[in-house]
Write a protein that binds this ligand. Structure first.
Ligand code: COA
Length: 384
């Protein structure tokens, strides 16, 4: 395996009811990413999309996008891992380049979920025989986890407010974010209950978006850009599929296993991580991820929020460009947006959101109710 770098990216603003069609969104970011890498051809394209077959009646997205983008003949495959789909596409592009099957690969994520009922389609990431018939959705599963957490650790609901406050504050200065609205503790506490104890501000929104990144061998990266970013590790781990089968549902074992694998592969300690793009689809998920990855003891993750450690000036900044909560969570595109944002941070292009001297970043992506978890670790690529 050879080292791999990101040498270009393309993003469009996350929106509700995007005026571009699904394919137009995908083609737009593919072209942007290729333009930023200065290439007119790639060897492989991996497309992340979770819901288009149900919401737009369109399967076979990767070849469609390749064809529409003028890349006929290229290897093109669709990749899926429920709500971690974007990260799965990134992992396949990483493998294609690392294994020398491809010299240039694109990971593109695209999702258009705001024009049709997305909640039942999203729930299909759960067990169709055992969970969905009982009315379970991703929202209800996360609500159960949060209720369990509040009771077990005797934590007040308010302790979670800073997850939303941080994400919305960071999104204020991000042009491609869905929300540009600062929220206060009172806004969070007064927001509508979606599924007790989850309130509106505990949830990521339903929205549309697309993002793409171009990957190349690290030792050629500077031929394409003066600001490449190395992918130090890519890992995936799984847990019992159903939450109810897990010995302790509040322990995200797949998150813990996947981060351990990634940190070993990257030879990175958690203290080396300058910021962490977590899967804050729900505030409880951000809290449990921080615990599973060792940034807080079990039952203490909320303290990182309450004490401001997750803010940009804190010890472990999260959602530095708004996160899933406020930049938005267009499923198949989400981890690719996060990767593009990590590239901006690690190459000093994050503007007012810049984490000073950021050198190492981590990305974690959660599929379903944390049954599949991917971790990627990235580093600023210094000139050698
Ligand atoms: N956070 C903050 N504000 C939100 C929001 C969110 N998550 N979702 C919607 N809003 C706002 C809208 O902008 C709108 O504001 P406006 O009246 O000022 O324009 C208002 O709330 C109503 O929007 P609407 O789209 O009608 O809300 P909704 O009730 O249909 O959806 C949720 C709210 C929380 C149910 C929906 O966002 C949701 O299902 N989220 C979870 C998605 C999910 O499961 N993703 C996968 C996770 S892995």
């Amino acid at each position: 395996m050879r080292p791999v770098s990101i040498v270009g990216f393309g993003i469009i603003p996350v929106m509700k009811q995007h005026d571009l069609s699904l394919r137009e969104m995908g083609v737009r970011v593919i072209h942007q990413a290729m333009e930023s890498a200065g290439v007119d051809r790639v060897d492989a394209l991996y497309a992340g999309n979770m819901l288009a077959d149900e919401l737009q009646g369109q399967k076979h997205i990767a070849t469609l996008l390749a064809s529409e983008a003028g890349l006929v003949g290229v290897e093109a495959l669709q990749v899926r891992a429920a709500t971690a789909t974007g990260a799965a596409a990134l992992r396949m592009a990483y493998f294609a380049v690392a294994s020398a099957e491809a010299d240039l690969a694109i990971a593109v994520g695209v999702e258009k979920m705001s024009s049709a009922p997305a909640t039942p389609a999203l729930a299909k990431a759960l067990d169709a025989e055992e969970e969905v018939p009982t009315g379970a959705t991703l929202i209800s599963q996360n609500a159960r986890l949060m209720q369990m957490y509040l009771e077990r650790y005797d934590v007040p609901y308010e302790a979670f407010a800073n997850f939303a406050i941080n994400a919305h504050r960071n999104a204020m200065t991000v042009p491609h974010a869905l929300f540009h609205k600062e929220v206060s503790v009172q806004d969070v506490l007064n927001s509508r209950i979606v599924n007790p104890p989850l309130r509106l501000y505990d949830c990521s929104p339903i929205c549309d978006g697309a993002a793409a990144v171009v990957l190349a061998p690290a030792d050629q990266a500077r031929a394409f850009t003066d600001s490449p970013v190395r992918i130090l590790a890519s890992s995936v781990a799984t847990d019992y599929f159903r939450v109810d089968d897990r010995p302790d549902p509040l322990e995200l074992r797949a998150a813990r296993l996947s981060v351990m694998k990634a940190m070993r592969a990257a030879n990175v300690h958690r203290k080396d991580v300058d910021f962490f793009e977590v899967h804050d689809a729900f505030s409880i998920m951000a809290c449990l991820i921080l615990e599973a990855c060792g940034f807080a003891e079990r039952g203490q993750g909320w303290r990182l929020a309450q004490e401001g450690e997750i803010f940009r000036e804190g010890n472990i900044p999260i959602a530095t460009m708004g996160g899933l909560k406020a930049r938005g969570h267009p499923i198949g595109a989400t981890a690719i947006y996060q990767t593009a944002e990590i590239v901006m941070q690690l190459t000093d292009r994050a503007g007012p959101n810049q984490i000073p001297n950021a050198r190492i970043a981590m990305l974690q992506s959660v599929g379903g109710a944390a049954a599949t978890v991917l971790t990627h670790i990235f580093a600023r690529q210094e000139r050698v």
